[in-house]
Structures are given as C-alpha cells and as structure tokens.
Ligand binder design. Structure first.
Ligand SMILES: Cc1cc2nc3c(=O)[nH]c(=O)nc-3n(C[C@H](O)[C@H](O)[C@H](O)COP(=O)(O)OP(=O)(O)OC[C@H]3O[C@@H](n4cnc5c(N)ncnc54)[C@H](O)[C@@H]3O)c2cc1C
Length: 418
C-alpha cells in the first residue's frame, strides 16, 4: 500500500461484489483510508454464482439488429433463455424501448468501441489484482469455446463475430471433429464452433471476491456488514450513511451496489434506468465427465464452466423487478440443458443459485463522477460482464478519486447519458 500519498482521503464504497472490492483494493493501494459497506458478506450478491468467465470478447451489446425478431420465440419456449414476469411488464416497457433503440447499427458500433477497452485483457487485470492474495490460485487461462448445432445458427451470430474480429479478437474456427477433440464429453450435435484463446475464468467466483476482500482487510481496509437505508446530503454532497446499524460519516463515496444502485443514486440526483436481470445456475458435483474449458451453447444461450465445486451451467435472463422471488424452475431447465449438451453427465448432485445482473438498456455500465456532487462516484451496471470488467473499473475509480486522467474514454459511461 502507499501510505505516503499526499492526497489521502477517506473513501467509503457501498457494495462488496467484484466491482466494489476491485474499487476498494485499488483505492487502498493508492493510500486512501477505505471502508466497504455491504448488507451481506463479500462476494455474496450477483458476483457469487456467475459463470466465472473473464470474457474480453463480450463487448458486443445485448441488443443487436434482429434481436427483437428472436424475442417472441425465446419467450414462448419454456426451455428458452428469456422470461418476463408479466406483472413487471408495464414498468419494463420504457427500458425495453431504449434496449431496442440501442440495437441500431450506429449505436452498436459506438457501444462496442466503448466497452472493448473496459473488458480488454481482463485475465491480465485479474492476475494483477489477485497477485499475492488467496484469489490468485482460482484463476485459469484455458480460453473458451462457442458451439453451434448447424450452419443457420452460426450464420445468425455472424454479425456478432464480425464485430469481435474487427476489434482484434483472435478466433479459431472449429469443425465437428475439432470440437469433439477439445471437449470429448459434448454431444455429437455441434457442427460448428469458435475457440477464443484470450478468455480466462475463475473456478470459484465467490471465493475469488472473498480472497480479494480478505487481503483488503489484512492490508488495513475495513469491511462493515450493514444495509444502507438512506444517504444524507451535506453542503459538499453525500455526508452520512444511514444504515441498519450505526450511521457512518463519509468523505468520498463510491456506489457499487450492483442491481440495487439506482435505489441509492436516484435520491442523489442521478436516476438511471437500471434493471435487475435475473440469471440462474446449477452446479453439478461429481458430474462424471471431463470438461477442459468454459463452453457457450448458442441454442439456449448458457455457459458450462469447469469449476472447483463441479460443472456450472449458468445463464437465462428473467425480468421481474428487484423484489420478485426467484423461480427455480428456471434453474431446473438448466439441468435439462446440461443433459442435452453432455449426454453422459450425472445430474444427481446439483445445487442451484440465482442472482440479479445490473443491466442498463444500452449494455454500458455507469462509471465515473456524479454529475451533481464532487465527492460521489459511480461504478455499477456491468450486465453480463461485471466479473470481466470489475478490475479495470476499480482502476478507473481510483484514477478519478486521485484526480488522475483515466487512460481510456469513460464519457460513454456517464450517469446522465439517459
Ligand atoms: C447467471 C450469471 C452468469 C454470469 N456470468 C458472468 C461471467 O461469466 N462473466 C462476467 O464477467 N459476468 C458474469 N455475470 C455478471 C456478473 O456476475 C455481474 O455483472 C457482477 O457480479 C456484478 O458485480 P457487482 O459488484 O456490480 O454487483 P454485486 O456482486 O451484486 O454486488 C453488489 C453488492 O451491493 C450490495 N448492496 C446493494 N444495495 C445495498 C445497500 N443498500 N446497502 C448495503 N449493500 C448493498 C449487495 O448486497 C451486493 O453484495 C453473470 C451473471 C449471472 C447472473
């Protein structure tokens, strides 16, 4: 750490997910006094159960020309990747309109341009952040495979692959035999595939965050388990956190509260159209098959990742609002998908999980200073790539708090862009 810093501040971070802990560690390394506040222990929000990929190639937005056309089919298929709780639909409608507009070709290009540098070299950023911590041993670098059943489904994704390759993603095209050679346990139904080498993964996303958090605490950082109920505003900006425990005076505040961030930022003059996009996983212990690397199955849009506790099948997007209870039948669907993908898998020993991705309609996060208060910074909204972009986001926030110019363009991530 750097206790010699001339600009030592007291910084409070709300949120102990991968994004908040990455911010906290980078701020601590800059010599600040840093406190992290979360209602649950580190890594137990959305960062707990994700698919574990550091997917530097996932800068293509969720909304593309043609996405809208596929939505009815996805919604009608009980095994499909998308669900909407109809009670939430009226509130979701303005978000959906923005989502569709973000899929115009000119916007798609601009979104790729903005997101690519945030996700680039994620594996290297993770290795640098985790160096010397318990998280270091949880990182792998085997790359990732995307598989397709036929030429039509491959052609459907051609635009997305063109965008990736145009921005330097190196991909190796695979035929059926090459796919099976890399992953012999896969069903022989996949005729086409891509291998992307610059993708890493973690074998336990929750323990990765906990390992970083432990190092943060051992290095002088403070972690408090509190729910922030309200933020008081003083003459200079946010001045006090009202919590379910003791209240906390604050100097500089970073909001990294994942899908719940808008509940805090709206009262601070920065409402944003943030949705909680629910995903699920099943983790299959004693699966009885080999899996060498994460594999993305395009038909049902989920990922199978080799993890320490077993093979994790993660995916689905469900829009129901922040307070809706999870529907674990959607996790059961993932177990069915596992059998479809790996015919010999033993699914008798599974655990399920669900979490809310923080998703804005243009697929871009909010990272940067508050447009209203000088002592307030935002770091949230990383949709499907929060694990990938967390470490880089932490560095950007540390740069901003220190008054250093970030070495990438963060204007597309402004809170007041909506
Ligand atoms: C099924 C699934 C698979 C995924 N796979 C991947 C993947 O392979 N790669 C990838 O990069 N991303 C993936 N993601 C996305 C990724 O998990 C998220 O983008 C990321 O975890 C977001 O991190 P975060 O720190 O912003 O949020 P969180 O991890 O949710 O952390 C926010 C924290 O804020 C706390 N909080 C909120 N409000 C308050 C309050 N008022 N007071 C106190 N504490 C508060 C919460 O308790 C929580 O701990 C996946 C997501 C899902 C659901």
């Amino acid at each position: 750490m750097n206790p010699q810093s001339d600009h030592r501040r007291q910084v409070t971070v709300i949120g102990a997910g991968i994004v908040g802990i990455s911010c906290a560690l980078n701020l601590l390394r800059d010599g600040h006094d840093v406190t992290v506040v979360d209602r649950v222990p580190p890594g137990e929000g959305c960062s707990r159960g994700n698919a574990g990929l550091f997917s530097s190639d996932s800068f293509v937005p969720l909304s593309l020309p043609g996405t809208l056309r596929k939505v009815p089919g996805w919604l009608l298929d009980p095994l499909g990747p998308l669900a909407i709780r109809w009670r939430h639909a009226p509130r979701l409608l303005p978000w959906l309109i923005r989502f569709v507009l973000a899929g115009r070709p000119d916007r798609v290009k601009a979104i790729c341009d903005a997101l690519e540098p945030l996700l680039d070299s994620s594996l290297e950023h993770h290795l640098a952040l985790a160096k010397g911590t318990e998280a270091e041993g949880l990182i792998r670098s085997e790359g990732c495979m995307y598989v397709y059943e036929d030429a039509k489904s491959l052609a459907d994704e051609a635009k997305s692959w063109d965008l990736r390759q145009a921005r330097g993603t190196i991909v190796e095209k695979l035929n059926a035999a090459q796919i099976r050679e890399r992953e012999p346990a896969l069903a022989p139904i996949f005729e086409h595939g891509y291998y992307v080498s610059n993708v890493g993964h973690t074998v336990e996303p929750m323990l990765l965050v906990k390992g970083l958090a432990k190092y943060f605490a051992q290095s002088g950082g403070v972690i408090l388990q509190r729910e922030v109920r309200y933020i008081e505003i003083g003459p200079e900006g946010p001045s006090r956190l009202i919590t379910d425990g003791d209240d906390l005076d604050i100097d500089v505040l970073v909001i990294a509260a994942g899908a719940f961030s808008n509940r805090l930022t709206a009262g601070l003059g920065s409402p944003v159209p943030l949705e909680g996009e629910r995903g699920y996983h099943v983790t299959i212990a004693n699966a009885g098959i080999p899996l060498n690397m994460p594999v993305f199955a395009n038909t049902y849009k989920f990922i199978a990742t080799p993890m320490a506790p077993g093979i994790r099948i993660a995916g689905t997007a469900e829009f129901g609002g922040l307070d809706a209870e999870p529907n674990f039948a959607r996790a059961d669907v993932l177990a069915t998908h596992a059998k479809w993908m790996f015919p010999d898998i033993d699914t008798s020993d599974v655990t399920t999980w669900s979490g809310l991705r923080p998703t804005l309609p243009d697929s871009l996060p909010v990272i940067g200073p508050s447009p209203v208060f000088g002592n307030l910074f935002f770091a949230f909204g990383h949709q499907h790539v929060g694990l990938t972009g967390g470490p880089r986001t932490g560095k950007l926030i540390a740069d901003l708090v220190a008054g250093r110019a970030p070495n990438m363009d963060i204007r597309p991530f402004r809170a007041d862009r909506f």
